[in-house]
Design a protein. Structure first.
Length: 71
């Protein structure tokens, strides 16, 4: 699945989703490999469990932001 480019140069990640101010999801533009920011700020593989966590985080973050705007 890994493209030749990634094998030689490593993954080339682009921001694919803004979860919160600190948590982002990135996708490799060559092979679609996905990573996300973990709780310690390092990049980690984006698996189904983390996707779920990120979706929850994003929902909470949006609610918080909307509340802030309302006041
Ligand atoms: Zn890649």
């Amino acid at each position: 699945m890994k493209s030749v480019h990634c094998t030689i140069y490593g993954h080339d990640y682009v921001l694919s989703k803004d979860v919160t101010e600190h948590v982002k999801e990135y996708t490799c533009k060559h092979c679609q490999h996905q990573v996300t920011t973990s709780s310690n700020g390092q990049l980690t593989i984006l698996n189904d469990k983390r996707k779920e966590i990120n979706n929850t985080l994003q929902r909470m973050y949006r609610v918080k932001k909307e509340r802030k705007l309302a006041f």
